[in-house]
Design a binder for this molecule. Sequence first.
Ligand code: TRP
Ligand code: SF4
Length: 336
Amino acid sequence: MKKQTILTGIRPTGHLHLGHYFGAGKNWIKLQDKFDTYIEIADVQALTDNFNNPDKVRKSVKELVIDLLSIGIDPNKATIFIQSTIPEIAELTVFYSNLVTIARLERNPTVKNEIKQKKELFGQSGESITYGFLGYPVSQAADITAFKGNLVPVGEDQLPLIEQCREIVHKFNSIYGNTLITPEPYLSEIPRIKGLDGNEKMGKSLGNAIFLADEPDVVRKKIMSAVTDPNKIKVDDKANPDVCMVYYYHKLIGNPNLKTVCEECKAGKRGCVACKKELVNKMLEFLKPIAEKRKYYENNLQIVENILKEGNNKAKKVAQETIKEVKTSMKINYFD
Ligand code: TRP
Ligand code: SF4
Protein backbone atom coordinates (compact mmCIF):
# COMPACT_ATOMS: atom_id res chain seq x y z
CA MET A 1 0.00 0.00 0.00
CA LYS A 2 1.22 3.48 -0.83
CA LYS A 3 2.14 5.55 2.19
CA GLN A 4 -0.07 8.54 2.91
CA THR A 5 1.49 11.92 2.28
CA ILE A 6 1.97 14.58 4.88
CA LEU A 7 2.77 18.12 3.91
CA THR A 8 3.62 20.86 6.30
CA GLY A 9 5.10 24.29 5.94
CA ILE A 10 7.05 26.70 8.00
CA ARG A 11 7.83 30.36 7.38
CA PRO A 12 11.51 31.27 7.30
CA THR A 13 11.49 34.30 9.56
CA GLY A 14 14.00 33.30 12.23
CA HIS A 15 15.39 30.43 14.24
CA LEU A 16 13.24 27.66 15.71
CA HIS A 17 12.51 27.84 19.43
CA LEU A 18 11.33 25.29 21.99
CA GLY A 19 7.72 26.09 21.13
CA HIS A 20 8.32 25.00 17.54
CA TYR A 21 10.18 21.92 18.69
CA PHE A 22 7.66 20.61 21.21
CA GLY A 23 4.61 21.95 19.38
CA ALA A 24 5.57 20.72 15.92
CA GLY A 25 9.10 19.50 15.13
CA LYS A 26 9.12 16.60 17.57
CA ASN A 27 5.92 15.37 15.98
CA TRP A 28 7.36 15.62 12.45
CA ILE A 29 10.33 13.48 13.48
CA LYS A 30 7.92 10.71 14.41
CA LEU A 31 5.76 11.18 11.34
CA GLN A 32 8.62 10.98 8.86
CA ASP A 33 8.97 7.27 9.63
CA LYS A 34 5.38 6.50 8.79
CA PHE A 35 4.46 8.90 6.02
CA ASP A 36 5.76 10.24 2.77
CA THR A 37 6.78 13.56 4.32
CA TYR A 38 7.19 16.97 2.70
CA ILE A 39 8.38 20.00 4.63
CA GLU A 40 8.06 23.25 2.79
CA ILE A 41 10.18 26.26 3.66
CA ALA A 42 7.45 28.77 2.89
CA ASP A 43 9.55 31.70 1.71
CA VAL A 44 6.86 33.10 -0.59
CA GLN A 45 4.41 33.08 2.30
CA ALA A 46 7.01 34.69 4.58
CA LEU A 47 7.31 37.47 2.01
CA THR A 48 3.60 38.29 2.28
CA ASP A 49 4.51 39.77 5.66
CA ASN A 50 8.13 40.63 4.96
CA PHE A 51 8.12 41.77 1.33
CA ASN A 52 10.14 44.80 2.38
CA ASN A 53 12.71 42.69 4.19
CA PRO A 54 14.02 40.12 1.71
CA ASP A 55 17.38 39.82 3.49
CA LYS A 56 15.68 38.47 6.58
CA VAL A 57 13.80 35.80 4.64
CA ARG A 58 16.85 34.77 2.64
CA LYS A 59 19.04 34.46 5.71
CA SER A 60 16.37 32.50 7.57
CA VAL A 61 15.96 29.83 4.90
CA LYS A 62 19.33 28.22 5.54
CA GLU A 63 19.10 28.75 9.30
CA LEU A 64 15.76 27.03 9.34
CA VAL A 65 16.93 24.07 7.28
CA ILE A 66 19.89 23.64 9.62
CA ASP A 67 17.52 23.84 12.61
CA LEU A 68 15.33 21.13 11.08
CA LEU A 69 18.25 18.83 10.33
CA SER A 70 19.68 19.41 13.81
CA ILE A 71 16.51 18.27 15.59
CA GLY A 72 16.44 15.06 13.56
CA ILE A 73 14.52 15.65 10.36
CA ASP A 74 16.15 13.05 8.13
CA PRO A 75 16.54 14.10 4.48
CA ASN A 76 16.37 10.42 3.49
CA LYS A 77 12.88 10.23 4.93
CA ALA A 78 11.51 13.75 4.54
CA THR A 79 11.67 16.01 1.52
CA ILE A 80 12.69 19.52 2.53
CA PHE A 81 12.16 22.09 -0.21
CA ILE A 82 11.82 25.81 -0.82
CA GLN A 83 8.43 27.11 -1.90
CA SER A 84 9.72 29.66 -4.42
CA THR A 85 11.61 27.00 -6.38
CA ILE A 86 8.28 25.39 -7.30
CA PRO A 87 6.48 27.89 -9.57
CA GLU A 88 3.65 25.35 -9.99
CA ILE A 89 2.46 26.44 -6.53
CA ALA A 90 2.09 30.00 -7.80
CA GLU A 91 0.21 28.74 -10.86
CA LEU A 92 -2.23 26.77 -8.72
CA THR A 93 -2.72 29.83 -6.52
CA VAL A 94 -3.92 31.81 -9.53
CA PHE A 95 -6.36 29.07 -10.57
CA TYR A 96 -7.72 28.67 -7.04
CA SER A 97 -8.17 32.41 -6.57
CA ASN A 98 -11.34 32.21 -8.67
CA LEU A 99 -12.85 29.75 -6.22
CA VAL A 100 -12.65 31.95 -3.12
CA THR A 101 -14.57 35.11 -2.34
CA ILE A 102 -12.92 38.10 -0.72
CA ALA A 103 -15.59 38.01 1.98
CA ARG A 104 -14.69 34.41 2.81
CA LEU A 105 -11.01 35.29 3.15
CA GLU A 106 -11.85 38.22 5.39
CA ARG A 107 -13.93 35.89 7.55
CA ASN A 108 -11.14 33.35 7.97
CA PRO A 109 -10.42 33.46 11.73
CA THR A 110 -6.66 33.14 11.31
CA VAL A 111 -6.55 35.96 8.76
CA LYS A 112 -8.97 38.05 10.81
CA ASN A 113 -6.80 37.69 13.86
CA GLU A 114 -3.65 38.61 11.94
CA ILE A 115 -5.35 41.67 10.43
CA LYS A 116 -6.37 42.74 13.93
CA GLN A 117 -2.78 42.35 15.14
CA LYS A 118 -1.49 44.36 12.18
CA LYS A 119 -3.97 47.15 12.88
CA GLU A 120 -2.83 47.27 16.49
CA LEU A 121 0.75 47.44 15.29
CA PHE A 122 0.43 49.89 12.41
CA GLY A 123 -2.75 51.81 13.26
CA GLN A 124 -5.88 51.79 11.14
CA SER A 125 -4.13 52.56 7.85
CA GLY A 126 -5.55 49.98 5.47
CA GLU A 127 -2.31 50.02 3.51
CA SER A 128 -0.77 47.33 5.69
CA ILE A 129 -3.22 44.73 4.31
CA THR A 130 -2.08 43.69 0.87
CA TYR A 131 -3.76 41.52 -1.73
CA GLY A 132 -0.98 38.97 -1.22
CA PHE A 133 -1.53 38.88 2.52
CA LEU A 134 -5.30 38.48 2.26
CA GLY A 135 -4.80 35.73 -0.29
CA TYR A 136 -2.19 33.69 1.52
CA PRO A 137 -4.70 30.99 2.53
CA VAL A 138 -5.24 30.39 -1.19
CA SER A 139 -1.52 30.02 -1.68
CA GLN A 140 -1.38 27.66 1.29
CA ALA A 141 -4.12 25.55 -0.31
CA ALA A 142 -1.85 25.36 -3.34
CA ASP A 143 1.06 24.26 -1.12
CA ILE A 144 -0.96 21.41 0.29
CA THR A 145 -2.65 20.19 -2.88
CA ALA A 146 0.42 20.49 -5.12
CA PHE A 147 1.99 17.63 -3.18
CA LYS A 148 -1.23 15.64 -2.81
CA GLY A 149 -1.13 16.04 0.96
CA ASN A 150 -3.49 13.73 2.83
CA LEU A 151 -2.56 15.01 6.26
CA VAL A 152 -1.33 18.41 7.35
CA PRO A 153 0.35 18.53 10.77
CA VAL A 154 -0.34 21.99 12.14
CA GLY A 155 -1.05 23.88 15.32
CA GLU A 156 -4.57 24.82 16.34
CA ASP A 157 -4.19 28.35 14.99
CA GLN A 158 -3.85 26.91 11.48
CA LEU A 159 -7.09 24.91 11.47
CA PRO A 160 -9.09 27.62 9.63
CA LEU A 161 -6.50 27.52 6.86
CA ILE A 162 -6.93 23.80 6.40
CA GLU A 163 -10.70 24.27 6.38
CA GLN A 164 -10.31 26.93 3.70
CA CYS A 165 -8.15 24.54 1.67
CA ARG A 166 -10.78 21.82 1.95
CA GLU A 167 -13.43 24.20 0.64
CA ILE A 168 -11.26 25.12 -2.33
CA VAL A 169 -10.67 21.44 -3.08
CA HIS A 170 -14.39 20.66 -2.94
CA LYS A 171 -15.23 23.56 -5.19
CA PHE A 172 -12.51 22.66 -7.67
CA ASN A 173 -13.53 19.02 -7.78
CA SER A 174 -17.22 19.81 -8.16
CA ILE A 175 -16.65 22.24 -11.04
CA TYR A 176 -13.78 20.58 -12.92
CA GLY A 177 -14.16 16.94 -11.89
CA ASN A 178 -12.45 14.92 -9.21
CA THR A 179 -8.80 15.98 -9.34
CA LEU A 180 -7.49 17.18 -5.98
CA ILE A 181 -7.06 15.32 -2.71
CA THR A 182 -8.96 16.64 0.32
CA PRO A 183 -6.53 17.08 3.21
CA GLU A 184 -7.17 16.47 6.89
CA PRO A 185 -5.50 18.41 9.69
CA TYR A 186 -3.26 16.44 12.03
CA LEU A 187 -2.93 18.08 15.42
CA SER A 188 0.18 17.53 17.51
CA GLU A 189 -0.09 16.34 21.11
CA ILE A 190 1.05 19.62 22.64
CA PRO A 191 -0.22 22.31 20.33
CA ARG A 192 1.00 25.30 22.29
CA ILE A 193 4.04 25.84 24.48
CA LYS A 194 4.03 28.56 27.12
CA GLY A 195 6.66 31.28 27.25
CA LEU A 196 9.26 31.89 29.95
CA ASP A 197 7.16 34.83 31.11
CA GLY A 198 4.07 32.68 31.66
CA ASN A 199 2.42 33.86 28.44
CA GLU A 200 0.18 31.15 26.93
CA LYS A 201 2.32 31.16 23.82
CA MET A 202 6.06 31.08 23.26
CA GLY A 203 6.69 33.45 20.38
CA LYS A 204 9.61 34.95 18.54
CA SER A 205 8.20 38.45 18.78
CA LEU A 206 7.09 38.04 22.39
CA GLY A 207 10.66 37.87 23.71
CA ASN A 208 9.82 34.85 25.87
CA ALA A 209 11.43 32.06 23.87
CA ILE A 210 14.46 29.80 24.16
CA PHE A 211 15.83 29.25 20.67
CA LEU A 212 17.40 25.92 19.78
CA ALA A 213 20.42 27.88 18.57
CA ASP A 214 20.85 29.95 21.76
CA GLU A 215 24.34 29.89 23.25
CA PRO A 216 24.61 28.40 26.78
CA ASP A 217 25.07 31.86 28.33
CA VAL A 218 21.91 33.11 26.72
CA VAL A 219 19.95 30.06 27.87
CA ARG A 220 21.24 30.62 31.41
CA LYS A 221 20.23 34.27 31.45
CA LYS A 222 16.77 33.54 30.10
CA ILE A 223 16.06 30.76 32.58
CA MET A 224 17.36 32.77 35.53
CA SER A 225 14.76 35.43 34.77
CA ALA A 226 11.85 33.05 34.12
CA VAL A 227 8.59 33.60 36.00
CA THR A 228 8.14 31.51 39.17
CA ASP A 229 5.33 31.31 41.73
CA PRO A 230 4.89 35.00 42.63
CA ASN A 231 3.83 34.09 46.17
CA LYS A 232 7.18 32.56 46.99
CA ILE A 233 9.38 35.27 48.45
CA LYS A 234 11.75 33.50 50.84
CA VAL A 235 13.84 30.45 50.04
CA ASP A 236 11.85 28.24 52.41
CA ASP A 237 8.35 29.49 51.45
CA LYS A 238 6.08 26.71 50.23
CA ALA A 239 5.08 27.23 46.61
CA ASN A 240 2.87 25.92 43.86
CA PRO A 241 4.83 24.40 40.95
CA ASP A 242 1.72 24.47 38.75
CA VAL A 243 1.96 28.24 38.39
CA CYS A 244 5.74 28.24 37.90
CA MET A 245 7.34 28.35 34.46
CA VAL A 246 10.55 26.81 35.77
CA TYR A 247 8.60 23.74 36.82
CA TYR A 248 6.76 23.76 33.49
CA TYR A 249 10.09 23.51 31.64
CA HIS A 250 11.50 20.86 33.98
CA LYS A 251 8.46 18.85 32.95
CA LEU A 252 8.57 19.73 29.26
CA ILE A 253 12.13 18.57 28.73
CA GLY A 254 11.53 15.44 30.80
CA ASN A 255 13.72 16.04 33.85
CA PRO A 256 13.88 12.58 35.50
CA ASN A 257 14.07 14.38 38.85
CA LEU A 258 10.64 15.96 38.32
CA LYS A 259 8.90 14.35 41.27
CA THR A 260 11.53 15.63 43.69
CA VAL A 261 11.33 19.13 42.19
CA CYS A 262 7.58 19.10 42.73
CA GLU A 263 7.66 17.71 46.28
CA GLU A 264 10.50 19.94 47.46
CA CYS A 265 8.83 23.00 45.97
CA LYS A 266 5.54 22.26 47.72
CA ALA A 267 7.28 21.56 51.01
CA GLY A 268 9.38 24.75 50.92
CA LYS A 269 12.57 22.70 50.72
CA ARG A 270 13.84 24.15 47.46
CA GLY A 271 14.97 27.64 46.60
CA CYS A 272 14.05 29.10 43.23
CA VAL A 273 17.63 30.03 42.34
CA ALA A 274 18.85 26.46 42.87
CA CYS A 275 15.82 25.15 41.03
CA LYS A 276 16.59 27.41 38.07
CA LYS A 277 20.23 26.35 38.07
CA GLU A 278 19.16 22.74 37.89
CA LEU A 279 16.91 23.60 34.95
CA VAL A 280 19.77 25.40 33.19
CA ASN A 281 21.90 22.26 33.42
CA LYS A 282 19.12 19.98 32.23
CA MET A 283 18.22 22.35 29.40
CA LEU A 284 21.82 22.54 28.20
CA GLU A 285 22.01 18.75 28.28
CA PHE A 286 18.84 18.63 26.23
CA LEU A 287 20.13 21.18 23.70
CA LYS A 288 23.63 19.70 23.41
CA PRO A 289 23.03 17.05 20.73
CA ILE A 290 21.08 19.61 18.71
CA ALA A 291 23.92 22.12 19.00
CA GLU A 292 26.44 19.48 17.93
CA LYS A 293 24.49 18.60 14.83
CA ARG A 294 24.11 22.28 14.04
CA LYS A 295 27.85 22.75 14.20
CA TYR A 296 28.32 19.86 11.80
CA TYR A 297 25.95 21.34 9.22
CA GLU A 298 27.29 24.87 9.66
CA ASN A 299 30.74 23.53 8.85
CA ASN A 300 29.38 21.58 5.88
CA LEU A 301 27.10 24.04 4.14
CA GLN A 302 27.58 22.20 0.87
CA ILE A 303 25.72 19.24 2.35
CA VAL A 304 22.84 21.50 3.34
CA GLU A 305 22.72 22.96 -0.13
CA ASN A 306 22.65 19.51 -1.72
CA ILE A 307 19.84 18.36 0.56
CA LEU A 308 17.83 21.38 -0.54
CA LYS A 309 18.59 20.89 -4.22
CA GLU A 310 17.54 17.26 -4.07
CA GLY A 311 14.43 18.17 -2.08
CA ASN A 312 13.48 20.85 -4.59
CA ASN A 313 13.88 18.43 -7.49
CA LYS A 314 11.83 15.73 -5.86
CA ALA A 315 9.07 18.14 -4.85
CA LYS A 316 9.02 19.67 -8.30
CA LYS A 317 8.28 16.33 -9.95
CA VAL A 318 5.17 15.85 -7.83
CA ALA A 319 3.99 19.42 -8.36
CA GLN A 320 4.45 19.07 -12.12
CA GLU A 321 2.32 15.97 -12.11
CA THR A 322 -0.41 17.80 -10.17
CA ILE A 323 -0.38 20.85 -12.43
CA LYS A 324 -0.75 18.61 -15.45
CA GLU A 325 -3.81 16.96 -13.96
CA VAL A 326 -5.24 20.33 -12.92
CA LYS A 327 -4.76 21.84 -16.37
CA THR A 328 -6.39 18.84 -18.00
CA SER A 329 -9.39 19.12 -15.69
CA MET A 330 -9.64 22.86 -16.38
CA LYS A 331 -9.37 22.23 -20.13
CA ILE A 332 -6.31 24.44 -20.52
CA ASN A 333 -4.06 21.58 -21.67
CA TYR A 334 -4.02 22.92 -25.24
CA PHE A 335 -1.25 20.86 -26.75
CA ASP A 336 -1.63 17.45 -25.10
N1 TRP B 1 1.01 29.15 7.61
C1 TRP B 1 1.94 28.25 8.25
C2 TRP B 1 2.48 28.95 9.48
O1 TRP B 1 2.51 30.15 9.56
C3 TRP B 1 3.07 27.84 7.36
C4 TRP B 1 2.67 27.09 6.13
C5 TRP B 1 2.89 27.45 4.84
C6 TRP B 1 1.99 25.83 6.08
N2 TRP B 1 2.42 26.53 3.97
C7 TRP B 1 1.86 25.52 4.69
C8 TRP B 1 1.51 24.94 7.05
C9 TRP B 1 1.22 24.36 4.29
C10 TRP B 1 0.87 23.77 6.62
C11 TRP B 1 0.72 23.50 5.25
O2 TRP B 1 2.91 28.27 10.40
FE1 SF4 C 1 9.27 27.14 40.68
FE2 SF4 C 1 11.29 25.70 41.55
FE3 SF4 C 1 10.68 28.03 42.73
FE4 SF4 C 1 9.07 25.94 42.99
S1 SF4 C 1 11.16 26.09 43.74
S2 SF4 C 1 8.45 28.04 42.54
S3 SF4 C 1 9.27 24.93 40.99
S4 SF4 C 1 11.43 27.73 40.66
